[in-house]
Design a binder for this molecule. Structure first.
Ligand code: ADE
Length: 229
């Protein structure tokens, strides 16, 4: 079973349009639609925004639906200055940029007392997503580190810091939570995000204008890659 998560309705709309034989189930306040996408068994859900929603949603996908891989699809703010709005980032790893125990001497993003604070994405999923990206939007896909936090970033100085200090390629609000829960359950994941904005002073306006287009571009890659799973 393949779990596919979006945080917002715009991020799962096209998936639901393509889902056959859907059966609905509600758990922990989240609606899950299980069915078939290009003949593959999938469960599609809208987690809601933020790391707690994404974590609960991912654990339910694994426990209740036996998801053996999890794909996150949606939009993000660009951190890498070479990215344009609409470009795609495929995660090689994810980390929580708002995990901050620096007063105790830990580097930013590091979770104390545990081995891992940055979770590598499933290699096979990354390869499939990259191949799908090159086919669907050639020259517009990049791999890199996804930084997640319970914050909408709209500040150029913060963008520079997240890019330079934490080596982030894009920023969003769920990916690292999905990654952490997947790692805890030994389930591979990948995050696919199209840039709705550049996380700068225009991010609010750009997000409003480009979210649907960007979400649909991310869908196009998921739709292509699912056929190879
Ligand atoms: N999702 C899309 N744009 C974002 C931003 N600028 N910050 C956090 N999450 C986002």
């Amino acid at each position: 079973m393949i779990g596919i998560i979006g945080a917002m309705q715009e991020e799962i709309d096209l998936l639901l349009e393509h889902l056959d034989d859907a059966v609905e189930l509600k758990r922990s306040g989240i609606r899950y639609l299980a069915g078939s996408l290009h003949g593959k068994q999938v469960v599609i859900c809208k987690s809601g925004v933020g790391k707690v929603n994404a974590a609960v949603c991912t654990q339910v996908l694994i426990d209740r639906f036996n998801a053996s891989k999890v794909i996150f699809t949606g939009v993000a703010g660009a951190l890498d200055p070479s990215l344009e709005i609409g470009d795609i980032v495929i995660s090689t790893s994810s980390m929580q940029h708002d995990m901050d125990v620096t007063p105790l001497g830990y580097a930013r993003g590091v979770i104390p007392y545990q081995a891992e604070s940055e979770w590598p994405a499933g290699q096979a999923l990354v390869q499939l997503a990259v191949a799908a990206g090159e086919k669907v939007f050639p020259g517009h896909c990049k791999t890199g580190k996804v930084l997640s936090g319970d914050q909408f970033i709209a500040d150029r100085a913060v963008v520079r810091q997240l890019h330079e200090e934490l080596n982030g390629t894009c920023t969003e609000m769920e990916g690292a939570a999905v990654a952490q829960v997947c790692a805890m359950n030994e389930v591979p994941y990948v995050v696919i995000r199209s840039m709705s904005d550049k996380a700068d002073g225009s991010a609010d306006v750009n997000f409003a204008e480009f979210t649907v287009t960007a979400a649909n571009r991310s869908f196009a890659i998921v739709n292509e890659m699912v056929q190879g799973l």
